[in-house]
Write a protein that binds this ligand. Structure first.
Ligand code: ADP
Ligand code: MG
Length: 222
């Protein structure tokens, strides 16, 4: 492990606060995607989750990485749809990245992201290519693990993961869903990015932004 493996002390706070703003701000276009390719409830689910996250943050006054991410996972577990429980269990795995009060190392974060992917696939039973959030998560985990193994610093490692996730999310427009309610509409979903994959790419982007202090581009979502 190298010195470059560290994430900022306030990583949890910046990650979750940033994600709350990014997802909240993209709820409309994300909802539009689900209206075109699914049953249209994803925008409402995102809005509800972010409202619950705000309330959890206010009530619990998180002070550690684990507490910040817990506020986010509890919020998603209070939301319906398929995405609510899946994002809930995903963020619960992310929360476990750090032991104690400190922010996780980059390697711990990468492992937790991999654990989150395994959980999503265990319960959702989606494979890569089924046009779900897994399509964005899988290449992000692979890119992040590769970057960690080659000793990249946190900012560039997470930037590589974000780029892989965004690229893969955009590519979901070329596929037909085999999971979730979007699978009921078949070919109608062609040409439409999967909203859950787009949201997952924003999650990785928020983690990158928490490491390098930059912004997250959401213009590609529509
Ligand atoms: P629903 O599909 O029940 O309407 P939402 O609209 O809340 O659920 O969320 C839709 C997103 O959830 C999809 O864009 C997809 O990324 C994700 N999703 C749906 N089913 C699954 C699954 N079985 N595994 C992983 N992700 C899924
Ligand atoms: Mg839906």
């Amino acid at each position: 492990m190298t010195i470059n493996d560290t994430l900022p002390d306030d990583f949890g706070r910046s990650f979750i606060r940033g994600l709350r703003d990014i997802l909240g701000g993209a709820a409309e276009p994300l909802g539009d995607l689900d209206r075109r390719a699914g049953d249209g409830d994803f925008g409402t689910n995102v809005r509800t989750a972010m409202k619950l996250a705000d309330r959890n943050i206010e009530d619990s006054e998180p002070s550690s990485y684990r507490e910040w991410v817990t506020a986010m996972y509890m919020a998603w577990l209070g939301v319906g749809g398929t995405s609510g429980p899946l994002f809930g269990m995903f963020f619960r795995d992310l929360a476990k990245a750090a032991d104690g009060e400190d922010a996780p190392t980059l390697a711990q974060f990468a492992d937790a992201l991999g654990a989150g992917q395994a959980t999503v696939q265990k319960y959702g039973e989606a494979k890569v290519g089924d046009k779900t959030m897994v399509d964005a998560l899988d290449p992000a985990v692979t890119a992040l693990r590769g970057a960690v193994d080659s000793g990249k610093d946190a900012s560039s490692a997470l930037a590589e993961a974000e780029q892989a996730a965004v690229e893969a999310a955009r590519t979901t427009a070329e596929t037909v869903a085999r999971r979730g309610r979007a699978s009921y509409v078949g070919d109608v979903a062609k040409g439409v990015i999967d909203p859950g994959a787009a949201a997952m790419a924003l999650v990785i982007g928020a983690a990158r932004a928490a490491a390098d202090g930059g912004d997250v581009d959401t213009a590609w979502i529509g």
